[in-house]
Design a protein around this ligand. Structure first.
Ligand code: SF4
Length: 195
């Protein structure tokens, strides 16, 4: 199946009406994504959680607040500098990991989002994002902090902010991963970023 949409708004309209998998039967609403449609950096997480499902926005719970502060440490604002989306747009029941089939259905939306936004850098937040976009067998503990490439876009896998809340020892390596993104951003996009 190929998704046809010329703009992010057109794609959003289609995705908000999507019923392609069972996740839509149990969630409150589809969480499409938000941020700058022309962002050079795109962040991709797993899927909406309880708060996101209530508010219709990605990363707005505790993990989202932590993500905002990590972005701010590196001079990025969630609305002005990045675009945030997820592998699946509907909340899996009890926040379970989306199945490969659910992931596969929704990836078509994500591919189109990426095609329209055309980021220079993608940050994959957690194992599901890494496995969904790059390799179903990849391990986040092995791949985090290493640059990958996907369709010519620089890709940095790192831990999901929820994992940092559960295990604060992961904060330091995640901070190092974001520093690598910061350096790459200065190299590719803005040599004066955050000076
Ligand atoms: S998770 Fe994705 S594919 Fe499934 S219904 Fe929601 S928008 Fe459609």
């Amino acid at each position: 199946m190929c998704i046809k949409a010329k703009s992010l708004e057109e794609l959003q309209d289609k995705v908000l009406n999507c019923r392609a998998c069972q996740l839509r039967q149990t969630c409150n609403q589809v969480v499409f994504g938000e941020g700058d449609p022309d962002a050079n950096i795109m962040l991709i997480g797993e899927g909406p959680g309880e708060e996101e499902d209530k508010k219709g926005r990605p990363f707005v719970g505790r993990a989202g607040k932590l993500l905002d502060s990590i972005l701010a440490e590196n001079g990025f604002d969630r609305f002005e500098d990045v675009y945030i989306a997820n592998i699946v747009k509907c909340r899996p029941p009890r926040n379970r990991i989306p199945t490969p089939e659910e992931r596969g259905n929704c990836l078509l939306h994500l591919y189109k989002q990426i095609e329209i936004i055309q980021p220079e850098i993608i940050i994959l937040l957690g194992a599901t994002a890494l496995q969904g976009l790059i390799d179903p067998l990849a391990k986040i503990t092995k791949q985090r902090g290493k640059w990958l490439s996907w369709r010519g876009i620089w890709v940095m896998p790192t831990y999901h902010p929820a994992a940092l809340l559960r295990n604060p020892r992961l904060k330091q390596p995640a901070s190092e991963d974001f520093k690598m993104v910061f350096e790459k951003y200065r190299e590719l996009i803005d040599t004066k970023h955050f000076y």
